[in-house]
Design a protein around this ligand. Structure first.
Ligand code: GLU
Length: 457
């Protein structure tokens, strides 16, 4: 084992005996070890059968595929893809697939595990899965993106299915990609019926998608905050927010929270960072960012809004450290994994951190925040809105009905509020932090199902 101080460290969590039993890596910075460590930390507080802990510590299936795609210049490039099926004791495997140049097996495994717990906590009848292709989608033309998507679908089509494993969007993928994916799956003679439409969620509304799916993860973050903040003593009206990341999740969380009366005072993405103590208009920034693939340059825009005012006025460009140091009520990491390490956590000056991204904070970063008294709302609770509306989409496809936007919002709110309450009840019961409590609330459900189902044979 390395004796160097780990950069992101899981050393704050005791190395569980199950790690050695299953031959886990000893690298404390490994995201999978960290994620399983957090789950087992919750399992230790409860009366859970050893076999359930061991089963949940590893995915059921790990698939890696390699497939060639013809690029626009005529040459063929080989791509690497993954589909991890973590657990299906509660229902079909469910979870997105991402396009990112840094996709690695252990990261996809971690994200698949988190899906199992997210679905269990939200009481959605799905298990957990995750996929990905190692590619920067921005480096591809639209034609190349489509061919990569169709070949990825073909490569994993034998192991997914509308009642077996249902992919969805994640980092770097979107509704158009889901449409190509569904079309490819449905065109194969084996799956050539309309039932196959349910093989993927997050589709465009005109092709079986659900109203409210695009904003669902951001809406869920807002619903959880609206449920929990009054108890923490922060009024929604006028509360100050800092957003780390401004992609689908955080641009929607920002717009929705702004419409609820919050003030977004700092935003940072991979292209730059801004601050405006009077509030950044997330609607104008989202429109700009979508067109320009990032927020950089927004401050120079004479972005005249409908009212004729310049939405970008007062926006000041800041550096990374200044962004993290921004004093705010709620800090929302909605970008990639492991971004909040001790260095960032030490700089942060917030009362609540709501994890809109999956696994944005390392155990060592988490400990710093805990010591500072920051209330951390964990990802399996805060970002469960996306998969919840995916479930509604799947239900609508299955029963050939269309829900209106109000019904989607109402049902989503109900699921998010109950997931939040379940986590708070578990916190009382086990006397632990909210992350451990959310895992414990999910584990109670998973453990109960394993108990009645038993282990075959
Ligand atoms: N990728 C999203 C997540 O991490 C949504 C998954 C889904 O809709 O199945 O929760």
């Amino acid at each position: 084992m390395s004796t160097a101080t780990p950069a992101t460290g899981s050393d704050v969590l005791p190395r569980n005996a199950i790690f050695d039993e299953l031959g886990f890596p000893t690298d404390p910075d490994n995201l999978y070890t960290q994620t399983v460590g957090q789950m087992l930390n919750a399992a230790e507080q409860m009366d859970l059968q050893h076999r359930v802990k061991v089963i949940l510590a590893q995915p059921k299936n790990e698939v890696m595929v390699h497939f060639p795609v013809r690029m626009d210049d005529g040459h063929f490039k080989l791509f690497k893809g993954y589909r991890i099926q973590h657990n299906n004791v509660l229902g079909p495997y469910k979870g997105g697939f991402r396009y990112h140049e840094n996709v690695h097996l252990d990261d996809v495994k971690s994200l698949a595990l988190l899906m199992t717990f997210k679905c269990a906590l939200a009481r959605i009848p799905f298990g957990g899965g995750k996929g990905g292709v190692k590619v920067n989608p921005r480096s591809l033309s639209e034609g190349e993106l489509q061919r990569v998507t169709r070949r990825y679908c073909a490569a994993i089509s034998h192991m997914i299915g509308p009642d077996h494993d249902i992919p969805a969007p994640d980092v770097g993928t979107n509704a158009q990609i889901m449409a190509w994916f569904a079309d490819t799956y449905m065109l194969s003679s084996e799956h050539a019926d309309n039932n196959a439409l349910r093989v993927v969620t997050g589709k465009p509304v005109e092709f079986g998608g659900s109203l409210g799916r695009e904003k669902a993860t951001g809406q869920g973050v807002a619903d959880v905050l609206a449920e929990m903040l009054p108890g923490i003593g922060i009024p929604l009206q006028g509360m100050t927010v800092a957003l780390l990341g401004f992609g689908n999740v955080n641009s929607w969380a920002g717009r929705i929270l702004q419409d609820m009366g919050a003030k977004v005072i700092a935003v940072m993405d991979h292209t730059g960072a801004f601050r405006n103590d009077n509030g950044i208009d997330c609607h104008a920034l989202a429109a700009y960012s979508e067109e320009n693939y990032g927020i950089a340059g927004y401050e120079k825009q004479p972005t005249a809004t409908g009212s004729g005012t310049n939405a970008a006025a007062g926006v000041e460009v800041i550096g990374e450290d200044e962004f993290y140091q921004t004093k705010c009520d709620v800090f929302i990491p909605g970008a990639l994994e492991q971004m909040i390490q001790p260095k960032q956590a030490n700089m942060m000056d917030c009362k609540v951190m709501a994890e809109a991204a999956n696994a944005p904070c390392t155990p060592a970063g988490d400990r710093v925040l805990q010591d500072k008294g920051v209330e951390v709302i964990p990802a399996i609770l805060a970002n469960a809105g996306g998969v919840t509306v995916s479930y509604f989409e799947w239900l609508q496809n299955k029963s050939c009905v269309t829900w209106d936007a109000d019904q989607v919002d109402r049902e989503l709110n109900r699921h998010m509020v109950f997931a939040a309450r379940r986590s708070m009840v578990a916190r009382e019961k086990y006397g632990c932090d909210l992350r451990t409590a959310a895992f414990a609330a999910a584990l109670e459900h998973l453990g109960a199902v394993y108990k009645v189902r038993g282990i075959f044979p």
